[in-house]
Design a protein around this ligand. Structure first.
Ligand code: ADP
Length: 337
C-alpha cells in the first residue's frame, strides 16, 4: 500500500521555489479573471467550463496551456483553482521522478482539487502513462513487485483536475494531449495590454509611474508579461535608490540601456542570433544545432524562448532547411549582405 507522508508531498509540490520570492510572485499574480489583463476569449471559454462544472457538481475537465514562457500559463492555473474554490497543488514535470512520487502527490487529495503540472513535457514516459487512468477514470494503477510475479493494484482517486503547462507543445505525446479536454494557446501580449499590466503591478509594488514610462516599458518587453514585470522591478530599484517616488521615461531608458535592451526590446542574445546568421552564415539557412553552438545557448532556449519572439516580430523565419533572417531583421541589425 502506497502512503504519502506530508514531507514527501512538500518536496514534490512547489519544487525549486524560495519562500520570499514566492510571496512576491504570489502578490503580483492576478487572483481572479477580472484582474487578468486581456485574454478575453480564453477567460470567456474558461468561465463557461467552470460554471458548468460547478452546476454539474463535477470536477473541471483537464486543461493544457501552451505557449512561450511568461505569458500567463501559471497565472491562469491559479485563477482557475480560485474561481473553482478548489485547493491547488503545484508541481513540475521534472520533479516527479518515480511512480511513488506521483502516487504521493495524488493520494489523499480532496475531491475537485486542481493539480498543476508545469513543464509537463518533462514528465518521464512511465509517469505519463500512469497519468492516463488518473485523467480518464480517476484511478491510479500501481505495480507491485517485478517480473512475472508483478501485480497491478488499482487505487480509486477522487475526481481531480490536471492543469498542464508547456512551452513545447510538439514534445507532448498525442495520447497525453488527447486526454486534456481543452487546449489553450497563449500568444504574446500587445503593447496596450502590457501597459495596463505595468500600471497594475506598479500599484502592487507601491511605486508611481508616468503613462509614457509605462508605454516605454511595454514597447520594450518582448511582448511578454514576465519581462515587463522584471524591467519594472529594475526601474523601481533605480527610482528607490535615487529617492524618487515616480518612475519617468528617462529612468526607464537609462535602466534599459544598462540592461542591454534596445528600442524594440531585443536583448544581446536576440541580436547575436540575428548577427550570427547574417554575418557568419551569409543568411543561408542555419540549423538549430549549429545556431546553438555558435551562440553558446542551448537549443531548447533558442527554440522556445528566443525564436518565438523574433518570428512574431518578423525578424526571423523558419524554413525547412533552417533559420534565415528577414529583410526587416537585416535592417534592424544594420547589416547588408
Ligand atoms: P507562464 O506560466 O506562462 O510562464 P506566468 O503566469 O508565471 O507565466 O506569468 C508571468 C507573470 O506575468 C506573473 O507574475 C503574472 O502575474 C503576470 N501575468 C501574466 N499574464 C497576466 C495577465 N493577463 N494579467 C495580469 N498579470 C499577468
Amino acid at each position: 500500500m502506497i502512503k504519502s507522508t506530508l514531507e514527501e508531498k512538500k518536496g514534490l509540490l512547489n519544487p525549486e521555489k524560495k519562500v520570499s520570492e514566492e510571496g512576491l510572485e504570489r502578490s503580483l499574480r492576478p487572483s481572479s479573471f477580472s484582474e487578468m489583463i486581456g485574454r478575453k476569449k480564453e477567460k470567456h471559454n474558461l468561465s463557461i467550463m467552470i460554471e458548468s462544472a460547478k452546476k454539474r457538481k463535477a470536477s473541471l475537465d483537464h486543461i493544457l496551456f501552451h505557449g512561450p514562457p511568461g505569458l500567463g500559463k501559471t497565472s491562469f492555473a491559479h485563477v482557475i483553482a480560485r474561481e473553482l474554490n478548489a485547493p491547488m497543488y503545484v508541481t513540475n514535470g521534472s520533479a516527479i521522478e518515480r511512480s511513488g512520487d506521483l502516487a504521493a502527490i495524488l493520494t489523499g487529495l480532496e475531491p475537485f482539487s486542481v493539480v498543476f503540472i508545469d513543464e509537463i513535457h518533462r514528465l518521464r514516459i512511465n509517469i505519463e502513462e500512469m497519468l492516463y487512468p488518473v485523467m480518464e477514470d480517476s484511478a491510479l494503477d500501481i505495480v507491485i513487485g517485478k517480473g512475472p510475479s508483478a501485480k497491478t493494484i488499482r487505487l480509486d482517486l477522487p475526481q481531480i483536475t490536471i492543469i498542464g503547462a508547456t512551452t513545447k507543445m510538439a514534445s507532448i505525446s498525442s495520447p497525453l494531449r488527447d486526454r486534456f479536454g481543452m487546449h489553450i494557446r497563449l500568444d504574446f501580449y500587445n503593447d496596450d495590454e502590457l501597459f495596463l499590466m505595468i500600471n497594475q503591478k506598479a500599484k502592487i509594488l507601491r511605486i508611481g509611474i508616468t503613462e509614457d514610462a509605462s508605454y516605454e516599458i511595454a514597447k520594450r518587453s518582448r511582448m511578454t508579461a514576465r519581462i515587463a514585470i522584471r524591467i519594472l522591478k529594475r526601474v523601481r530599484d533605480y527610482a528607490v535608490v535615487n529617492n524618487s517616488v515616480i518612475i519617468s521615461t528617462e529612468m526607464v531608458r537609462f535602466v534599459l540601456d544598462l540592461m542591454g535592451i534596445d528600442q524594440i526590446g531585443l536583448d544581446e542574445t536576440d541580436r547575436e542570433i540575428l548577427k550570427i546568421i547574417v554575418s557568419q552564415f551569409e543568411n543561408k539557412p542555419v540549423g538549430l544545432n549549429t545556431l546553438a553552438v555558435a551562440t553558446a545557448e542551448d537549443e531548447n532556449t533558442i527554440e522556445n524562448v528566443y525564436e518565438p519572439f523574433l518570428i512574431k516580430k518578423g525578424l526571423l523565419k523558419r524554413t525547412p532547411r533552417g533559420r534565415v533572417v528577414t529583410a526587416t531583421g537585416i535592417e534592424i541589425i544594420g547589416k547588408k549582405i
